[in-house]
Design a protein around this ligand. Structure first.
Ligand SMILES: Cc1ncc(COP(=O)(O)O)c(C=O)c1O
Length: 353
């Protein structure tokens, strides 16, 4: 990226994990421009073939070829619809979520978010219970009541500061949801779309979600969200709906992203370059490094705001944060080792007294 003086920046944050294939990728720009020449939007009451092409392609890429796709405009909206669908499907009200979870700011999504400071009194509900991440007993104690419509979990907790559910925990969670008839919703809005080296982070645990939600990297900056829905969950006509969701421009953006991911093998790159970065960062003393692929949390033993300002204003490197002590890296998936090396050298230099 460049500022208005022409100064070049290295973007290690991708605007909250949104920039997946790189800023202004020429193919992405071309696809959007060409689509806009044809038609940008028409109502969902008229069939839009691009939605079918996207559903088909996303099904293949994500290894969920038999899942239905509902298209919307953001991550919160995707989760909102996932929660509604689970409740419609089971006829139940309660949702199990995890401590420190972030699922968005609309009413349902914020109720399942463990942060009272962004929840208005209007959003308070008795329907959501929070249990600690990776605590199978706590999950089972709740689910055995039989009252839960769904469990919602992030593939990797992002906003909290990159906390991972263990593969074993995800496997057990899958079994518990099946045993107690609760819908397993995997929120892959930050951790999905190739970021960890699998299409969805939960696929490292070799499990299947009943519903998976996606947004952020899906449109590389064009607002789009998606809900992937297992075949056993039968939506009835009109159950979910949207004016803007799945519009022609959004579909063109999402199709362009998948084309680029395939051609440039960005999933593989995320795993390769991300593992390289994580291993190198783990060599630093007093630093705790968490994450997978290009979803990296670096927890420092001090507040990181000065360090991040130094990286940005002196060395022109964008980073993100979580809480006070954690640097969050969510770079575009086409980042290479030279850029990571540049960051590592600069980071090391910034840590010198
Ligand atoms: C895991 C997760 N879920 C949901 C959301 C909400 O997405 P949006 O801001 O597009 O509504 C976010 C946003 O940061 C997120 O990280």
């Amino acid at each position: 990226m460049y500022d208005d003086n022409g100064q070049k920046y290295l973007d290690l944050y991708g605007g909250h994990a949104v920039i997946s294939v790189g800023h202004s990728h020429p193919y992405y720009v071309k696809m959007l421009a060409e689509q806009l020449q044809r038609i940008g939007f028409y109502s969902n009451s008229v069939k839009n073939d691009l939605q079918e092409r996207l559903a088909e392609k996303l099904g293949q890429h994500s290894n969920y070829p038999d899942y239905a796709l509902f298209l919307c405009n953001s991550g919160a909206e995707a989760n909102e619809n996932a929660l509604k669908l689970a409740s419609f499907h089971t006829g139940k009200k309660k949702i199990l979520a995890f401590k420190k979870a972030f699922h968005g700011r609309t009413s349902g999504a914020v109720s399942a978010t463990d942060n009272p400071s962004i929840s208005a009194p209007f959003n308070e509900t008795q329907h959501v219970t929070f249990v600690p991440l990776n605590d199978t007993n706590a999950v089972e104690n709740e689910l055995k009541s039989g009252e839960y419509a769904a469990v919602i979990i992030e593939g990797i907790q992002g906003v909290a500061g990159i906390f991972m559910p263990s593969d074993d925990f995800l496997k057990q969670l899958r079994t518990l949801c099946t045993t107690y008839n609760a819908v397993l919703i995997l929120d892959e809005i930050q951790s999905g779309y190739g970021r960890t080296g699998r299409f969805f982070a939960h696929q490292w645990a070799d499990i299947k979600a009943d519903i998976a939600t996606t947004a952020k990297g899906m449109g590389n900056g064009f607002p789009i969200g998606g809900v992937l829905i297992a075949p056993h969950i039968k939506p009835r006509h009109g159950m979910l709906g949207t004016t803007f969701g799945g519009n022609h421009l959004a579909c063109a953006a999402a199709l362009a992203v998948l084309d680029i991911m395939e051609k440039e093998m960005l999933c593989q790159n995320a795993e390769l370059v991300g593992t390289y970065a994580i291993n190198a960062l783990r060599e630093y003393p007093n630093v705790e490094v968490r994450g997978r692929g290009l979803m990296i949390g670096i927890e420092m033993p001090f507040a990181v705001s000065d360090l991040r300002n130094k990286l940005l204003f002196q060395h022109h490197i964008f980073t993100g944060n979580a809480g006070t002590n954690i640097i969050r890296l969510l770079p575009p998936l086409n980042i290479g080792k030279p850029e990571i090396d540049h960051f590592l050298t600069t980071f090391k230099a910034c840590l010198q007294p």
